[in-house]
Write a protein that binds this ligand. Structure first.
Ligand code: PGA
Length: 248
């Protein structure tokens, strides 16, 4: 049985008090749930958030890590640092990192390797742009992203990875993929994983991301291959985020 997961991605939002109040709000409302709840917080929030969520169903994700183990990379954060602060998950390959910071699947592949070695579960993001979808090339784009980012890993390693399908045209735009559009890609991703993992691809959680809100989460999460969501804007507001968590 694969896990249901709802992960928030705060991106570069909130100051200390706002962020810690949001964590408190989520903790107060999360209740007893079998959904894995993850907060993808900016680096400065990690230490406090990890302490606050201890003993709850909530875990902490970083939004990025560096692809080298350590060294002269001013301003960067290593996987070992994240591990030492108790981070359990890390988002990699987000389209904003690809677009603004030149992150390629080759880098992402290195990051995933370091994360797996450290025992941190990667949340690997893939997704096509509007242009790629309009050209009809979206399946090929997703296939290439998956192949290059996930190449070289064993079945056991792939089982640790969470995939997030995030069509770039739906991120922060208020436009959401229809449940059918999302399901089509999720099932395609699972088939690609099955070429390497066989039946065990059934155990990989594949999240949908892109303008998930309380009013569309239920329908998206009802799809066979959608195992939860990676939530940006709506994760910045505890009641909305909680409603999404409880929409399974
Ligand atoms: P959004 O962001 O929910 O604001 O569209 C999703 C994401 O980028 O992970």
């Amino acid at each position: 049985m694969r896990k249901k997961i709802v992960a928030g991605n705060w991106k570069m939002n909130l100051t200390k008090n706002e962020g810690l109040l949001l964590v408190e709000g989520v903790l107060n409302g999360v209740g007893d749930t079998d959904t894995k709840v993850i907060l993808g917080v900016p680096f400065p929030f990690i230490s406090d958030t990890v302490s606050m969520v201890e003993g709850s169903p909530v875990s902490v994700a970083a939004q990025n890590c560096h692809q080298e183990k350590s060294g002269a990379f001013t301003g960067e954060v290593s996987v070992d640092m994240l591990k030492s602060f108790g981070v359990e998950y890390c988002i990699v390959g987000h389209s904003e990192r690809r677009q603004y910071f030149g992150e390629t699947d080759r880098f992402v592949n290195h990051k995933i390797e370091l994360l797996l070695d450290a025992g941190i579960q990667p949340i690997y993001c893939c997704g096509e742009t509007l242009e790629q979808r309009q050209d009809g090339g979206h399946l090929q784009v997703i296939e290439e992203q998956i192949q290059s980012a996930l190449q070289g890993f064993t079945k056991d390693q792939l089982k640790q990875i969470i995939v997030a399908y995030e069509p770039v045209w739906a991120i922060g735009t208020g436009e959401t993929a229809t449940p059918e559009q999302a399901q089509e890609i999720h099932s395609f991703i699972r088939k690609k994983l099955a070429q390497v993992m066989a039946d065990e691809a059934e155990d990989v959680s594949i999240l949908y991301g892109g303008s998930v809100k309380p009013d569309n989460a239920k329908e998206l999460f009802a799809q066979k291959d959608i195992d939860g969501g990676l939530i940006g804007g709506a994760s910045l507001n505890a009641p909305d985020f909680l409603e999404i968590i409880h929409s399974f």
